[in-house]
Design a protein around this ligand. Structure first.
Ligand code: C2E
Ligand code: CA
Ligand code: CA
Length: 579
């Protein structure tokens, strides 16, 4: 049948044929072995030629190609003559429209079975058309993969920033028409310690599991994004009211805070969430993201595992914080810091064993700023390193003026302890003052042990070998406190002020202080009660058998000079009362 159909192809193929040979046969052999499928139509769009490969590609029988078969007939059988699919009449109309200007055109057709064909339609001199079909499924997949990778995060396969911006821009058009949407910034709490303690493979696995839970909490039209590290974002579209974003936040926190079993480890975490709403908090992606991020910062400072909506005051507060940060950078050089000292006294005999150095910042415009307000900024910015060195140096120097029986207690941030040169700065401070290491006490908090890195423990042991004492500060404010007592041989436990304040208000604080003091005694660790303000508290602590106390009842923190006077007066009092 094929020989009855027009045997000659115009174009490049003809010149290669030698006269006098069986051209038809040669040509057919060549055409049938092409990787491309070929169809040729005459000016009336009647099929005049096809090759074997074409039917192979479409997986259909050649019976369709009977004499008189038209392009329209083939389209009705599901053959593409362009990229469009659907209604055959429309498909043909589309072809005719594009064919009108007599130029070559091409398109990618996506088949139902997932394959993709590159279809090229070439006009012929006699008004007919040559259409070629090439399977480009693999190339198409590779391209799709590349396009996917550019818009998705490799670890979790969640959309990345690029795709987030595109979606957000798209969704914000609907906000112009009166809809609302929410942008949420999410940050995993304590992810860094998981990574530091259990290693990156487990950290990665945790991120994947969190991504799955986030996907599970959201609806189809919402977009869950991984911004990077342990930061995620969600675009919540078609928001009926802002309260729905709060509902989703709670659902996410419920889900994310359930324990994870990874590689034999049980991991518990939570997530902090900041929310901005379009259009009230912004109508462009940058503003919405910035405001959600600011709300996230608010959520984190509120205590982790909470959510916060953006409020315009946050912007002002953030700017104030930035200003404070700039001022803090200059504070050391401007000599704006000083140390105040507060005594630690034994409950039996009121003997002063140590003075705790408490940092004070005398801000040129704002006056005294509490360490609670600037230490976190110093920690975040790394300024805690030079500031901490100054504290160590100054405390050791000022200690020289006190009786040798009185030690100095210095607070140490986790960031300081982790720093490579911490050991060096301790020995430098001791050497500069000529003080014996045994007169130095370092106070660390549980956070140091939560990031239970080998390096941390190693430097603690090295310090202790040097003769420096290590105290566990703010005991009871973390969550698995007692177990930390086994990780390191502390010299002292300082029971947090919150327990002392509540001593009179219930059975529980009493029971806790009692248990901790008992445990400390049995382990030969000194127990110190912090923030003792009343005689009643003191009596209770005495009955419990706590070893030391610190608080306003005995003395508030005082500048070095005043403290020297206080020490002298105290010594005189003790001598008089002993006499
Ligand atoms: P902290 O180590 O728990 O220090 C004790 C805090 O309790 C001090 O607050 C002290 O003034 C206060 N305090 C003492 N007795 C009483 C009392 O009877 N009642 C009440 N209500 N409070 C009392 P301060 O000086 O504001 O320091 C706050 C925190 O700032 C410290 O808590 C410590 O964590 C940190 N900090 C202070 N100086 C330094 C430092 O040089 N380096 C580092 N890394 N942190 C420091
Ligand atoms: Ca302390
Ligand atoms: Ca404390």
């Amino acid at each position: 049948m094929r020989s009855k159909i027009h045997p000659v192809l115009p174009g490049q193929v003809i010149p290669f044929l030698q006269p006098g040979r069986q051209d038809d046969q040669v040509l057919n052999t060549v055409l049938d072995n092409l990787a491309q499928g070929v169809l040729m139509f005459d000016a009336d769009l009647r099929l005049v030629f096809y090759n074997h490969r074409f039917f192979q590609l479409y997986g259909i029988s050649k019976d369709i190609a009977r004499s008189g078969c038209t392009l329209h007939d083939l389209v009705r059988q599901g053959i593409h003559v362009g990229g469009a699919s659907g209604d055959p009449d429309e498909h043909v109309a589309n072809f005719l429209e594009r064919a009108e200007d007599g130029e070559e055109f091409g398109a990618i057709a996506n088949l139902r079975d997932g394959r993709a064909f590159l279809i090229v339609c070439k006009p012929l001199i006699d008004g007919g058309w040559l259409i070629t079909y090439q399977d480009v499924t693999e190339q198409q997949r590779a391209q799709d993969r590349i396009a996917h990778m550019a818009r998705h995060d490799a670890l979790t396969d969640l959309p990345n920033r690029v795709l987030m911006r595109e979606r957000l821009e798209h969704e914000l058009k609907r906000v112009k028409r009166g809809e609302q949407l929410a942008v949420m910034c999410l940050d995993l709490d304590y992810f860094k310690s998981v990574n530091d303690t259990l290693g990156h493979p487990i950290g990665d696995e945790l991120l994947k599991r969190v991504a799955d839970r986030l996907r599970g909490c959201t609806r189809e039209p919402d977009t869950v994004v991984r911004l990077g590290g342990d930061e995620f974002a969600i675009i919540m579209t078609d928001l009926q009211e802002p309260a729905n974003a709060a509902v989703l936040s709670r659902r996410i926190q419920d889900s994310v805070s359930k324990p994870y079993q990874i590689d034999g480890h049980q991991i518990v975490t939570n997530i902090s969430i900041g929310i901005s709403i379009a259009p009230v908090d912004g109508t462009d992606p940058d503003t919405l993201l910035k405001n959600a991020d600011m709300a996230l910062y608010g959520a984190k400072t509120d205590g982790r595992g909470t959510y916060r909506f953006f409020e315009p005051e946050m912007d002002a507060r953030m700017q104030a914080r930035r200003q404070l940060e700039m001022d803090l950078r200059k504070a050391l050089a401007n000599k704006e810091f000083e140390l105040h000292y507060q005594p630690l006294v034994t409950l039996k005999g009121s003997e002063i064993t140590a003075l705790e150095a408490l940092l004070r910042w005398n801000h040129p415009k704002r006056g005294m700023i509490s360490p609670a307000d600037f230490i976190p900024i110093a920690e975040e910015t790394g300024l805690i390193i030079p500031i901490g060195e100054w504290v160590l140096m100054t405390a050791c120097k000022e200690m020289a003026a006190w009786p040798a029986s009185i030690k100095v207690a210095v607070n140490v941030s986790p960031a300081q302890l982790k720093h490579r040169h911490f050991m060096k700065s301790v020995t430098a401070a001791l050497e500069a003052s000529g003080a014996s290491p045994s007169r130095l006490q370092l106070e660390i908090t549980e956070t140091v042990l939560m990031q239970n890195t080998f390096a941390n423990l190693q430097s603690l042991h090295a310090l202790r070998e040097l003769g420096v004492q290590i105290a566990l500060d703010d005991f009871g404010t973390g969550y698995s406190s007692l177990s930390y007592l086994r990780t390191f041989p502390f010299d002292k436990i300082k029971i947090d002020r919150s327990f002392i304040q509540d001593l009179a208000n219930g059975v529980e604080p009493f029971a806790i202080v009692n248990a901790v003091a008992g445990l400390a005694n049995s382990l030969s660790i000194t127990s110190t009660a912090e923030g003792v303000e009343t005689q009643e508290q003191l009596d209770t602590l005495q009955a419990i058998g706590c070893a030391e106390m610190q608080g306003y009842l005995f003395s508030s923190p005082k500048p070095a000079k005043e403290m020297s006077k206080f020490l002298a007066e105290h010594a005189a009092r003790t001598v008089t009362s002993a006499a």
